[in-house]
Every structure is written in structure tokens, then in C-alpha cells.
Design a protein around this ligand. Structure first.
Ligand SMILES: *Cc1c(COP(=O)(O)O)cnc(C)c1O
Length: 355
């Protein structure tokens, strides 16, 4: 068995691959593949409807919040969000907690004023900023809830009277949050929800229709809401895989239940990093991400040896991002506790052999 710690696209529940393969070959015994039926058929509409209902249920969304399945990945939302929410002369507040935040900031500047109210750039993004104020008149405040590359996470969502917008690409549905507090949440599916090719947008419809600008038809959230994410052909297979993952998550007991397992996985790995003399964590302890665990060794040469050692032992995807180095173990929802225990065992063995 391969233990897949990849950062994204990443591990999905194993049972899902059988169902998805079956759907490609012969969808619900129709004699047709899910890939060759029209997106406006009742058959596909049922997939879209179920995915939406499941997401609303798992996130406990109220009736003001709409769910969209859109093309273009989370990166498209970097521009689509300000295009729909921020007028020319208005200001949006952003937090700068990593490369993804910085990319969101860059795009927002194309549409209005951006005030960076806090940044951890000076500390190489190894922490989440604590003391900062968001101007009352900022149209919205944008945070990246989990910083995939650096392994930091907002443990508490900041209190602010402003409208909240969040990039939750790498921790959506991993922990209980009051999702209704956010006016807009977006996430590429390929980390915790499904296959690459679709992103999820959750939006409070009351914040739409206020910008003074013409928005291209396909980029206007209102049109997508009206057409049920089917203004044009949606990424049908990616949405189908999302639906299967959401079904799986519900079977696991939903977000409450998966959060408990995620906490246990993170605690297990961080405890080993802190106890093992060969390894050390790279970020502020109180800001440690429960999804992406980053750690290094003192000696780059031993790092190479450890990487080789875990590779030989069926561990996949723990090489750190090139900007951080060392290792990154991603502990997304579908990764079983058993894989974390196994990695910890290898870290232990390696330390004993190299003491
Ligand atoms: C992966 C990631 C993105 C980029 O997602 P794409 O779907 O590839 O555009 C954006 N934000 C965060 C936090 C991510 O982890």
C-alpha cells in the first residue's frame, strides 16, 4: 500500500476510484459513460443537485448562501472575487500570509485599492500575523485560511465587522467553522474535495450586484447562480468526483467527525517532530497547519537520505515545496491515520539508525 502525502492533486478515498471507473465505463447501468451524456440531461442534473445539497448540508449553510461549481481553479477566483465585489475607487483589505495570498493581492489591485493590513512575509511566512486592524470601510477582508506551501493555518478566524472572503483551497471541510460568517469562500477541488478541474464557490447572494462595472457574462456570479453553474458546459467528471467525495465525507460522519481524525493525525505527526532529535518544525507552534505539516533536518545530506528511505518504504509526496525545502506531509481528509502512524514509525527507525 502506498501512503500518499501529496499536496495537490492529492489523496482521495480509495472506494471512490472504483465508483468513478465504473461511471466512466457504464454509468448507473445506462450503457453510457458519464463522459458522454449531456450536461443538461436529468442524469447529470441529478449529480449536480446532489453535490450542491451535500455541500450545503456538510457546511451547514443558510439560505442566503449559494453554492457554485466553476471552471478555472482557485487562481481564477483571485480575479473573479474583486471583479464582482470591489469597485474602482473602493478599498479591499487583504492579509499576506504566503504565495497564494500574494497572488490574490496582485489580481485584486487590477480592480480597486488594496490595503495589506497584515503580512508575515518578513518572517518568510512562518507565522500568522496577530495584531492588526481592518479599516471599517474596507469592502471585504480576504484571508487564506490555510497556507499550503508554508504549513500555517488561521486557527481562529479573525473578528471583524467587515465582509469576510476566504481562500479555503487546502482546508475546506477539514474542520468545523461557521461558514455562514463568510460572504464568499472559494476552493480548488483538488486538495480536499475531489478532482482537479473545478472549484467551489460559496457566496452570500446579498453581497452581489453592488459594483459599478460591467462584468463579462460568464464571470458574473449572479449569472452562474441563475443558471445553476451551467451557463456553459460544466466540468462534468470533476463535479461527479466531488459528489462522490462529499458522499464519502457524509458517511464518515461529516465535518465534526473528520475534524477529530484530522486533529489526531496532526497531533501524532507534530509530536514526533518535536520528540525526534533529527527533525524540527518550520513554523510558529501556535500557527501550525493541520493539513500541511512542514519540517526539516539540520543537515541537507541526511534529508536526502531520509527522502530515499521513505521512498523505498512506499511513502509518496513528502518532499517539501521548493521555496521551503525539507519535507511537507499533507494530511488531507482522505489520508488515514494509519498512514501517519506509519510515517512516524519510519521517522523513528531512521533516527535510531542514524543516531
Ligand atoms: C492550490 C492552491 C491554490 C491554487 O489552486 P488552483 O486550483 O491550482 O488555481 C490557491 N490557493 C491555495 C491556498 C492553494 O492551496
Amino acid at each position: 500500500m502506498i501512503h500518499n502525502f501529496n499536496a495537490g492533486p492529492s489523496i482521495l478515498p480509495k472506494t471512490l476510484f472504483e465508483q468513478a471507473s465504473e461511471a466512466v465505463l457504464n454509468y448507473t447501468n445506462s450503457g453510457l459513460s458519464i463522459l458522454e451524456i449531456g450536461h443538461r440531461t436529468p442524469t447529470f442534473q441529478a449529480v449536480m443537485d446532489e453535490a450542491k445539497v451535500l455541500l450545503k448540508e456538510l457546511m451547514k449553510l443558510d439560505n442566503d448562501h449559494e453554492v457554485l461549481f466553476l471552471h478555472g481553479g482557485a487562481s481564477t477566483q483571485f480575479m473573479q472575487v474583486p471583479m464582482n465585489l470591489l469597485s474602482d475607487k473602493e478599498t479591499a483589505a487583504y492579509s499576506d500570509t504566503g504565495v497564494w495570498s500574494a497572488k490574490a493581492i496582485k489580481e485584486a489591485k487590477l480592480f480597486g485599492n488594496v490595503e495589506i493590513v497584515c503580512s508575515s512575509k518578513e518572517s518568510n511566512y512562518t507565522l500568522i500575523p496577530k495584531d492588526f486592524a481592518v479599516p471599517n470601510d474596507a469592502k471585504y477582508f480576504h484571508i487564506t485560511t490555510n497556507n499550503t506551501i508554508y504549513g500555517t493555518q488561521w486557527q481562529k478566524i479573525p473578528h471583524t465587522s467587515n465582509s469576510l472572503v476566504a481562500d479555503m483551497s487546502s482546508d475546506i471541510l477539514s474542520r468545523v467553522l461557521d461558514f455562514n460568517k463568510f460572504d464568499l469562500i472559494y476552493a480548488g477541488a483538488q486538495k480536499n474535495i475531489g478532482a482537479a478541474g473545478v472549484n467551489i464557490v460559496v457566496i452570500n447572494k446579498n453581497c452581489l450586484g453592488k459594483v459599478k462595472r460591467n462584468i463579462p457574462t460568464i464571470l458574473d456570479y449572479r449569472n452562474q447562480i441563475k443558471e445553476g453553474s451551467m451557463l456553459n458546459t460544466p466540468p462534468v467528471f470533476a463535479i461527479y468526483v466531488c459528489m462522490l467525495t462529499l458522499r464519502w465525507l457524509k458517511e464518515q460522519g461529516g465535518v465534526d467527525a473528520i475534524e477529530k481524525i484530522n486533529n489526531e493525525k496532526a497531533t501524532t505527526l507534530y509530536s514526533e517532530i518535536d520528540a525526534n532529535p533529527l527533525f524540527k518544525g518550520t513554523v510558529a507552534v501556535e500557527d501550525r497547519s493541520k493539513m500541511n505539516v512542514c519540517f526539516v533536518m539540520d543537515n541537507v545530506e541526511i534529508e536526502e537520505r531520509f527522502l530515499q528511505y521513505v521512498k523505498e518504504n512506499d511513502i509518496y509526496g513528502i518532499k517539501g515545496h521548493r521555496s521551503v525545502g525539507g519535507f511537507r506531509a499533507s494530511l488531507y481528509n482522505a489520508l488515514p491515520l494509519e498512514s501517519v502512524n506509519y510515517l512516524v514509525e519510519l521517522m523513528n527507525d531512521f533516527a535510531q539508525k542514524n543516531a
